[in-house]
Design a protein around this ligand. Structure first.
Ligand code: FAD
Length: 437
């Protein structure tokens, strides 16, 4: 092949419609070859060889390959380390320019810098666009041009700034005839070739109804109801466009739902500006807390056997379907950090292993919120009461009975720790830790 090409490198934007990088590639004046890399560095480090995220990505890549094959085109899909794969691609294809969308994680930024360096040596421009977030990390700043560290003022500025311009669509379909033509369907490595076995999962729908968005404000805190969108896996891997979703939320008048998308942007920019949060407390003084870190207690929490029904229901929902309702994520996370005094990083890592929507920025933000060590932290002396939370948000116990069928029977575990004692212990331990600063 001698014809100069543009490449679009897909990562967490697995769709052909309304995709910024793809649009720029398709309008670059050269035939476009899409590329996807199953990154060995990430996949080989996963503990479980049945993994919902890998299965989801694999299904999506097959689906994209089918869509492209219908247009007489295809995508190069490889399993390897990104740098090695790019070295191969440069040998195999006359690549003139590479387009991609920003990824805000620390590992991803390092990976992109390495690939950009390799391409630069070959004189190939590497252009990254904003696509995953509505506002990039430098678009919503304080008057002094510094990043916000508290959500409420950030969200005020975010909502003020939001207009049609930021939600406009990239009409990629107009230019689909610019995809490179290939004679045959291009191969996709199988799950088995990457040492994974399928779970045979079915995943949530890619759409949300206007009616759910309109009632979201009243239903979103009730885990027994299908009151949230369950779009998190699609937002994580970009199978839907954040701009399409935000437009729908605006048109259906759901300010509360739009605000959740604002939280998502907020945590992206926290991770970008304060990368230390990946390993440390956002507020450094919280790194002095003397965690108890009892492994047996941690195992009970993981298995959903704490004797606190809402905590147990949440953990079993997570272990069974790889998703947990947001209200229950808050309660289970708080229970681990405060009632058991286990380092939030242990819980964060467990969620990272299990969540089908695992996203470093939101997960880290959620955990640091629960531990009180993050941005916008609730004062540490506010400790969720898991029983009161259950009475308020699952008053009929429907959610609890679904995931903890032995609830209310003699077989159900007794609370592993007394609430009043644990609350006081948490307050005392935090107080001592924070004094050390
Ligand atoms: P909806 O209520 O329908 O919200 C729509 C979308 O808004 C979500 O899909 C998500 O993309 C975004 N969103 C909602 N709430 C938040 C939030 N607090 N922070 C950031 N984005 C938000 N979300 C993840 O996507 N990945 C994670 O790994 C993750 N880990 C979490 C860990 C803890 C301890 C906590 C308290 C929250 C975590 N969240 C995480 C945020 C939130 O719980 C999920 O986004 C939400 O439950 C996903 O379900 P949904 O799609 O039905 O959400």
């Amino acid at each position: 092949m001698t014809q100069p090409l543009s490449v679009v490198w897909l990562r967490r934007d697995l769709r052909l419609h309304n995709n910024a990088a793809l649009y720029h590639a398709l309008t670059s004046g050269r035939p476009v070859l899409p590329v996807f890399i199953f990154d060995r560095t990430i996949l080989d480090a996963l503990d479980d060889r049945q993994d919902r995220r890998v299965e989801f990505i694999h299904q999506q890549i097959e689906e994209l390959q089918t869509q492209l094959a219908r247009m007489g085109s295809g995508m190069v899909v490889r399993y390897g380390t990104p740098l090695d794969v790019w070295q191969e691609l440069l040998q195999e294809y006359p690549i003139e320019e590479v387009f991609t969308n920003h990824d805000y994680e620390v590992y991803a930024k390092e990976r992109d810098a390495q690939v950009a360096g390799l391409l630069a040596e070959a004189g190939i421009p590497f252009t990254a666009s904003k696509d995953t977030a509505i506002f990039d990390h430098d678009e919503v700043l304080t008057g002094g041009q510094t990043p916000y560290t508290v959500f409420t003022p950030y969200s005020r500025r975010w909502h003020d700034k939001l207009n049609d311009f930021y939600l406009k669509s990239y009409p990629t379909e107009t230019y689909f005839h610019h995809f490179l033509k290939v004679p045959n369907r291009m191969p996709v490595p199988t799950l088995a070739q990457m040492n994974f076995a399928p779970l045979g999962e079915s995943f949530p729908a890619m759409t949300v109804s206007d009616s759910l968005l309109q009632h979201y404000k009243d239903t979103r805190d009730l885990p027994a109801k299908p009151g949230t969108s369950e779009l998190s896996i699609h937002l994580r891997f970009g199978t839907i466009s954040i701009r399409d979703l935000a437009r729908q939320a605006r048109e259906s008048g759901s300010a509360t739902f739009l605000n959740e998308l604002c939280w998502r942007d907020f945590y992206f920019q926290v991770l970008h500006h304060f990368p230390h949060v990946e390993k440390h407390s956002f507020r450094r003084e919280y790194d002095h807390i003397a965690w108890r870190n009892n492994e047996e207690e941690f195992d009970k929490w993981c298995r959903g056997e704490t004797g606190y029904p809402l905590v147990d229901a949440g953990m079993r929902q997570l272990n069974t379907i790889g998703w947990m309702h947001n209200r229950v994520r808050m309660v289970t996370a708080s229970f681990l950090c405060k009632h058991l005094l286990i380092d939030w990083r242990w819980g964060e890592a467990y969620f990272a292993r299990k969540l089908r929507d695992y996203d470093l920025s939101a997960n880290n933000g959620g955990w640091q919120w629960a531990a009180g060590s993050g941005t916008d932290a609730a004062p540490y002396f506010r400790v969720f009461n898991p029983t009161a939370q259950a009475e308020k948000f699952d008053p009929k116990g429907e959610y609890i009975r679904k995931w903890v069928p032995e609830f209310n029977s003699l077989r159900y575990a007794r609370p592993m720790v007394d609430h009043a004692m644990a609350r006081q212990r948490a307050i005392d331990t935090y107080k001592r830790g924070l004094k050390k600063e």
